[in-house]
Design a protein around this ligand. Structure first.
Ligand code: GLP
Length: 240
């Protein structure tokens, strides 16, 4: 009997969060939920705590429980920031902070198969979703492959620009994802407290001719990003 009530309460809350309420909307009070489902307030509190641990709701003391914004999930498909946001129903945006031509240096040069003195285009962009800062991106492109890139506007997708104006399609990438902590300057740009957790994604992307075209360091807000990776267990058992 009690299990059924628990179940009903759980599926009701799930439905509220996933379908009926928008992010930042308030859930019914503990007391109302307890009354409606004929369970104790402690039971309701436990159910809400669990949802809070799963980051599906958040609580504001004295104000109630609210629907959390879902974390943006990135798959391992080679997508652009704009693709990722649109898939979530959000409008991607970009504020260009730096656009310059500089020598590649040792690390970027190595990644792009250039000598350290070769020119690269460096872009620093704050990427937004529905106007909210999500990620800071430093992108380096081999200048020889993208002549006059700096003369073009960068308000939209870089990958679209590469495809439409340079016939460069990025088809694969080597990518690493690491946990990091935001320094004060980056935290300010992302509008989160200093030393908040973040994800550092480093990518070297190759085009349809397998040329390394882009080296990028993207710092994503840890509270809004999750990476989803499909892994497959090998079918061989190692004996043959
Ligand atoms: C992602 C990648 C970057 C890439 C960017 C392009 O964020 N981590 O390496 O530069 O997408 O996104 P867009 O085409 O929206 O500019």
């Amino acid at each position: 009997m009690t299990a059924t009530k628990h179940e009903l309460l759980r599926s009701h809350l799930q439905n509220l969060i996933e379908r009926e309420l928008a992010p930042d909307e308030r859930l019914p009070t503990e007391r109302d939920l307890a009354q409606e489902f004929g369970v104790s307030r402690m039971t309701v509190r436990q159910a809400l705590e669990r949802l809070e641990n799963e980051r599906r709701v958040y609580r504001v003391r004295g104000a109630g429980t609210f629907v959390a914004r879902p974390a943006i999930t990135k798959s391992i498909e080679l997508t652009s920031f704009s693709d990722d946001m649109r898939r979530r129903g959000l409008t991607p945006g970009s504020h260009l902070r730096t656009a310059e031509s500089i020598p590649a240096g040792a690390n970027v040069g190595f990644a792009l198969g250039l000598s350290p003195a070769d020119e690269v285009v460096h872009l620093e962009r704050v990427r937004t979703a529905d106007g909210v800062p999500m990620c800071i991106e430093h992108t380096y492109l081999s200048a020889a492959l993208v002549p006059k890139l700096l003369d073009r506007p960068f308000d939209n997708s870089l990958y679209d620009l590469l495809r439409d104006h340079y016939h460069i399609r990025l088809v694969r990438a080597e990518q690493s994802i690491r946990a990091t902590v935001l320094d004060e300057a980056t935290a300010t740009l992302l509008q989160v407290p200093a030393f908040s957790p973040a994800l550092l994604v480093e990518r070297t992307a190759y085009d349809q001719r397998d040329r390394p075209v882009e080296r990028a360091m993207s710092t994503y807000r840890g509270d809004r990003y999750a990476f989803e990776i499909e892994v497959v267990r090998p079918t061989t058992d190692g004996t043959g």
